[in-house]
Unconditional design. Structure first.
Length: 321
């Protein structure tokens, strides 16, 4: 009788034991990007973790025990971060920026960065997931230009943004009237894509005023980028200034009058058409590590039917703050 009871008990709890073992053996199939404090990163699966360490399985099958104190961030990998061949490429951390212009993609809250240029710095701060503020200037702090952009989604792979740029001659305005100017550029941008590959169309109206006089023109930009590999992105930017109206200037010159035999001051009026032009900037972005990138491009100026290359390349450094 006792043996019969023991057999019945074993038959009852055996399925539960088997079920529990099956639950434990199931692996998490979510793919993660593990960023270490030294800037290195691993792509793979988390097999287990506690407060001391993470058992991590890389995509090539290696199992690595990683101490928690060397882990800076663990990020879930999205399907859009893979190429059409299934190779992991990752997103471009600075995908919201080209050389000059921006797009509708928002910066992620807290992901502040600085773009170092040969002429000066450009600081950008993500106040929220949709709103960003920035300031750019030269090494002499003339001019100082503030920027603001608000982004919102239009669809799964479509974004839009509205923003403005406001500038001043800063401290030099008080020492030299030639620097006493202001500028404003409200703009809107529409982009298609994601942080791995995107295309943007932007437009606005820029105005500059000085000494009580001002002028403005419509401005446009077509730009895009695509991340080719974990290390490199192709970047293209443009800055298109439309033709302005006619501008009339009056100068006074001393002219000899043969009828009187004397030199007389006469007013000379000239009228000129303000020409439009475009800057075209293709380039390459090298991702040196987590939060670090180096970017260079070559600029060409299109004016009328002629193209003028600028011999000095545009060089920029991105650094997360």
């Amino acid at each position: 009788m006792k043996n019969l009871i023991l057999i019945i008990a074993l038959l009852t709890i055996a399925p539960q034991i088997s079920y529990s073992q099956e639950e434990v053996s199931v692996e998490d199939t979510t793919l993660y990007r593990l960023v270490k404090t030294d800037g290195g990163e691993l792509i793979g699966y988390i097999l287990s973790q506690d407060e001391r360490e993470i058992l991590f399985k890389t995509m090539d099958g290696r199992k690595i025990v990683i101490p928690q104190y060397v882990v800076k961030e663990v990020v879930k990998v999205q399907s859009t971060e893979f190429s059409s061949k299934g190779e992991y490429v990752g997103e471009d951390k600075f995908a919201t920026r080209y050389f000059i212009s921006t797009n509708g993609l928002p910066m992620k809250k807290g992901e502040h960065y600085v773009q170092w240029n040969l002429f000066g710095p450009d600081f950008q701060f993500a106040v929220s997931d949709r709103f960003g503020l920035g300031v750019m200037t030269s090494w002499l702090a003339v001019p100082i230009i503030g920027t603001a952009k608000y982004s919102f989604k239009l669809g799964e792979n479509a974004q839009a943004g509205i923003g403005t740029m406001l500038g001043t001659g800063s401290w030099a305005s008080f020492t030299n009237s030639d620097f006493g100017f202001g500028l404003a550029l409200p703009f809107a941008t529409l982009s298609i894509g994601n942080r791995k590959s995107n295309l943007a169309l932007s437009g606005g109206y820029g105005g500059v005023w000085q000494g009580g006089q001002g002028e403005g023109r419509a401005l446009f930009s077509i730009a895009g980028m695509t991340k080719l590999s974990p290390k490199f992105s192709l970047v293209f930017d443009s800055f298109i200034v439309t033709p302005g109206g006619e501008r009339t200037t009056t100068t006074y010159q001393d002219v000899y009058n043969p009828n009187t035999g004397m030199t007389e001051t006469q007013a000379v009026t000239t009228t000129e058409k303000r020409q439009g032009f475009a800057l075209l900037i293709p380039g390459l972005r090298w991702h040196q590590g987590e939060g670090k990138a180096f970017q260079f491009g070559f600029t060409g100026i299109v004016a009328g039917s002629e193209v003028f290359p600028i011999p000095i390349p545009m060089v920029q450094w991105y650094r997360s703050l």
